[in-house]
Design a protein around this ligand. Structure first.
Ligand SMILES: Cc1ncc(COP(=O)(O)O)c(C=O)c1O
Length: 461
């Protein structure tokens, strides 16, 4: 019998997160203050984040200890199992060996609790009473709701309107865990009202929802803001995924030739990939691929530039791949991938040539999700299907070339609350949206006047 699942004992759980900043060939350019355009210091971030997380944001140490109370909560869903996708391998008739790290086993159904629990903990010990946040598909909002419940914090979630309508059960999950959830743009904030005045039918975007959540956090002393992706400390917390996977791959007696993750703001991709980036920097021959939708092609077509993290220009300017902070992506079903920007750490590593980037159209991702469900059993989140689709492309390529490649991908979440999207696909109601260059140019004209990073690179229009 072939080994299907590789379990890591709890006693072998990583006790430190890995900070890729210590091994990057090019130092990161600093975030800039949104008003002055000068490098932003810790005090500029203090209105929205507690100081212990700000310290992690700028930390250069290679390893950061995971506090015991977080380890304790991690054991609810960690270590997550590593699977060998034997059913998919057979269905494809590929000589490739396919492994996936199953992050869908967390109570909220995705990788998001890995950082949600850390952010809830650090806020709790810093004296925060209430958190605000945005959510796209609802995975992050529900993860943070659960983690706020576990550490006794209040939570308000601004959920992108199109997803709020597509996924009512995500809202109910948040409310079950005690969080409050409203559709964004909302009338509760100046940022939301401004968008609704311009476009009463706005489907919303992550950039708009972030503006709303930040506005509320800034207005109150005991309230802070939590972000589910993009920032350095979020990438740091997610590295438990890759650190566990490295041990499990060793137990399986294999080492990946190819590592794949879908990328919205970059966190599940970074979580699996960054420990392997370290290996690559140290000489390993390994291909690391970030996958995004063709309708929101931040890494594959956006420039590397300074841009705001939110639509209303409240966050610091980050050096990242971006489609412009006013860009509102098509309402595709992978709501968690509808973000105009990208983690600066992922962006810099793309600039350094350590990460390959690919984009895949929506219908191919759903077909891949169905092929995966029919061969492996698991139904993936629409975001995750981008990683599944890329894995299938690479496994077919290995077959064509007759190569026994080892592929490892991050199965970032399950799709139980996303079945309306599967229905739309199966009824033939989903379309692909190749983003026209003119639309990108229009959104990018809004960042023309912003400062440029030293390594500025124009987009692929
Ligand atoms: C299951 C799942 N995968 C991936 C993502 C994309 O986010 P990130 O790029 O931060 O991992 C999301 C975001 O909501 C998600 O819910």
């Amino acid at each position: 019998m072939e080994v299907k699942k590789i379990f890591l004992p709890e006693s072998e759980m990583p006790r430190r997160w890995y900070n890729v900043m210590a091994d990057m060939p090019t130092p990161m350019e600093p975030p800039l203050h949104p008003g002055t355009g000068q490098p932003a210091g810790p005090e500029d971030l203090a209105p929205i984040f507690p100081m212990n997380l700000i310290e992690q944001e700028v930390c250069q140490d290679r390893w950061v200890d995971i506090p015991e109370p977080i380890m304790d909560k991690y054991t609810i869903w960690r270590p997550s199992p590593l699977y060998r996708a034997t059913g998919l391998e057979k269905a494809l008739g590929t000589p490739a060996k396919i492994y996936f790290k199953n992050e869908g086993v967390s109570p909220a159904g995705s990788h998001k609790p890995n950082t949600a629990i850390a952010q809830a903990y650090y806020n709790k010990i810093a004296g925060t009473k209430k958190l605000t946040t945005e959510t796209g598909a609802g995975q992050w909002g529900s993860a943070l709701s659960m983690c706020c419940a576990l550490f006794g914090l209040e939570l308000k979630v601004y959920m992108v309107k199109v997803s709020f309508k597509q996924k009512p059960y995500r809202r109910l999950m948040m409310e079950t865990w005690g969080g409050k959830c409203v559709a964004s743009p909302s009338t509760e904030t100046a940022a939301g009202r401004k968008i609704l005045e311009q476009n009463p039918d706005s489907p919303g975007s992550l950039g708009i929802a972030i503006s709303e959540a930040v506005e509320i956090a800034v207005a109150s002393d005991d309230t802070k803001y939590a972000l589910g992706s993009v920032l350095n400390h979020v990438m740091l917390h997610q590295t438990v995924i890759g650190l566990e996977a490295q041990k499990q791959m060793e137990m399986a007696g294999d080492y990946p030739d190819i590592v794949i993750g879908c990328a919205g703001g970059g966190s599940n991709f970074a979580g699996l990939a960054f420990p392997y980036i370290r290996d690559k920097v140290n000489g390993k021959d390994i291909e690391i691929i970030a996958v995004e939708p063709t309708s929101c092609p931040t890494l594959t077509r956006g420039p590397f530039a300074y841009d705001f993290g939110d639509t209303n220009q409240m966050t610091p300017l980050l050096p990242m791949h971006t489609l412009g902070h006013t860009f509102v992506p098509e309402p595709i079903h992978a709501g968690g991938l509808r973000y105009h920007g990208m983690a600066p750490l992922v962006s810099q590593l793309v600039m350094d040539g350590l990460i390959r980037t690919e984009s895949i159209p929506q219908t191919e991702t759903f077909q891949s999700g169905i092929d995966f469900a029919r061969s492996e059993g698991y139904i993936s989140a629409p975001e995750t299907n981008h990683a599944v689709a890329m894995t299938i492309r690479e496994a077919k390529k290995a077959k064509d070339e007759g190569k026994e490649k080892v592929i490892l991908f991050n199965w970032s979440g399950h799709g139980f609350v996303d079945m309306a999207a599967y229905e739309a696909y199966m009824l033939g109601n989903l379309s692909n949206h190749e983003l026209p260059s003119d639309e990108i140019k229009r959104a990018l004209s809004d960042i023309d006047a912003l400062p440029k990073p030293k390594q500025y690179k124009a987009g692929n229009l």
